[in-house]
Design a protein around this ligand. Structure first.
Ligand SMILES: [Zn+2]
Length: 334
């Protein structure tokens, strides 16, 4: 049964401010059921040259898949492909319009391995990177995705800053984190991080705190790949949000550690846990001939959480109120 939450579970309209979607700013109270870490368009790029299975370039297929997501109760998706890694703001806008859903598109930079050696993300200074991120957020994302020397800004602005660490903090990552923090302080835009198989979560939080970031506006991804509740508690105690997205990835004989960790921790941290698909490969999309499809969380996984004892209120926190709080812009600090 699709995830249809009762109308009585609405957010107070004066609570969370606005989110910046690819089609314009929207009151966060109107986000509705939200997936917190997605890949909707990944255009041909160095990233897809390295990982051909990542290519998700077909707007018509995306629209059809997201129309089903909408029919199953979904309203908003947070994309997580930042600058020059296959991002395409014009296609994202067409997708949002075609499927009548909200799409948030990031600025920021992904892991070094998704860029060619010597890429500008390595070369530019912290201040220069921050300038590019702020321009994406305030003016509009480059139609060429910062892939070449001529920048043609679209009317589609970035709604978050996506950054990443691999298994150690490299000098490049230190610099990108500092630039992201600077762009966050200047604009209030939220920050979404990639953790490599759930590692370095504590270090990411400490780094962002030291950089003056409002930790309620920070979302750590993929922590359920280390499904140890004690590790998550240490991170959640800081006030950051987490996003779990391995629910459909576990081998059948492994049980579902993502489900276990959500059922264990949501009662302790009711305002800090979200879910996403992170379906960055076409083989996860029905429209590309794959499985389980983008509606999985709204159908199978929701049913399995209800079997575990969750009610409408719990699901409302995971899919509606926490994403609205996490992805609404903070007050700029300068
Ligand atoms: Zn991702």
């Amino acid at each position: 049964m699709p995830l249809v939450l009762p109308d009585s579970l609405t957010i107070s309209p004066d609570a969370p401010g606005f989110v910046r979607t690819v089609l314009g700013d929207v009151p966060a109270a109107e986000m509705g059921v939200t997936y917190a870490h997605e890949h909707l368009i990944i255009d041909r790029s160095f990233t897809t040259f390295k990982e051909p299975g990542f290519e998700l370039a077909d707007v018509a297929k995306g629209v059809a898949e997201l129309q089903q997501f909408r029919a199953d109760g979904g309203r908003t998706l947070v994309d997580s492909m930042p600058c020059d890694s296959g991002r395409n703001a014009v296609k994202q806008a067409a997708l949002a319009k075609g499927a009548a859903v909200n799409v948030l598109v990031p600025t920021g930079l992904h892991l070094a391995k998704y860029y060619p050696p010597g890429h500008w993300g390595e070369v530019y200074t912290e201040d220069e990177l921050a300038e590019l991120f702020v321009a994406d957020i305030e003016q509009g994302i480059d139609a060429g995705d910062y892939g070449g020397p001529i920048v043609r800004r679209t009317s589609h602005r970035a709604g978050l800053i996506k950054i990443a660490t691999d298994r150690v903090f490299t000098p490049r990552e230190e610099k990108v984190f500092a630039a992201a923090a600077q762009a966050h302080r200047r604009t209030g835009a939220p920050i979404l991080t990639h953790t490599e198989q759930g590692t370095l979560g504590v270090q990411q939080v400490e780094r962002l705190r030291d950089l003056g970031v409002d930790l309620r506006k920070v979302v750590l991804s993929h922590l359920d790949r280390q499904p140890d509740p004690a590790y998550h508690r240490e991170i959640l105690a800081s006030g950051v949000r987490v996003e779990y997205d391995s629910a459909f990835r576990w081998p059948e004989d492994a049980g579902n550690p993502t489900r276990d960790v959500v059922l264990t921790l949501l009662p302790e941290f009711p305002e800090q846990i979200m879910l996403g698909m992170d379906a960055a490969r076409s083989r996860y999309w029905r429209q590309y001939g794959g499985a389980p499809g983008m509606s999985f969380l709204l159908n199978e996984f929701t049913a399995s959480l209800r079997d575990g004892g969750f009610d409408d209120n719990d699901l409302h926190r995971i899919f509606v109120t926490t994403p609205a709080d996490a992805y609404a812009f903070a007050q700029p600090q300068s």
